[in-house]
Design a protein around this ligand. Sequence first.
Ligand code: ADP
Length: 207
Amino acid sequence: MTLRPTQDGAASRLLIVGPQGSGKGTQGIRIAEAFGIPAISTGDVFRGAVAAGTELGLQVQAIIAAGDLVSDELTSAVVRDRLAQPDAAHGFLLDGYPRNLAQVRSLDEFLDGRGQELDAVIELDVPRDESIARLSLRATEQGRTDDTEEVIANRLAIYERETSPILDVYRDRGIVDVIDGLGSLDEITDRVIAALEARGMSRPAAA
Ligand code: ADP
């Protein structure tokens, strides 16, 4: 394994990938906190816009409800805006973006322009049956409108078809860590932190 030092030393630019129900949202927040970087979830940004009734929200509402993907153009513009904010200057953890090959190219272009690159991609590995069981539970608990059986099936199919291939691209770059996503929340967080530390990433010293 080759260690690739980041240009600005302490930066950690991370992506977490996993099927719906893999727990990537929860783990993303925990890992971002551990490394002192913002967790940026496109799903959360879109849901927030819908809830607030903004123009972006109105544009994406029906698409999200059907479990389809928002256009690459709109999604990439939203992410670029977010990544340009000062708190993301020294690292970030992306959750839910990039989600297909076109978005990978768009992110590469944006980061290239800033002399940056992704440092690591965490692939949360969870068997399909387990993801479906977790999603059904979340549907009852949180009442997310895109957690109905039919919409879940659509989102999982899109994941297999469009999102899985992005992992091959990142694997070729040698930056993917496959993490077993079964176990307690703490166990999984610890596994991810250990994998990132093995890549030379360091957490900020405890206050
Ligand atoms: P999940 O991964 O469980 O489907 P997310 O919270 O990541 O949930 O995303 C919810 C919805 O937001 C997606 O179904 C899609 O409509 C939209 N979305 C999120 N990220 C993207 C993206 N990168 N490209 C296009 N649409 C997206």
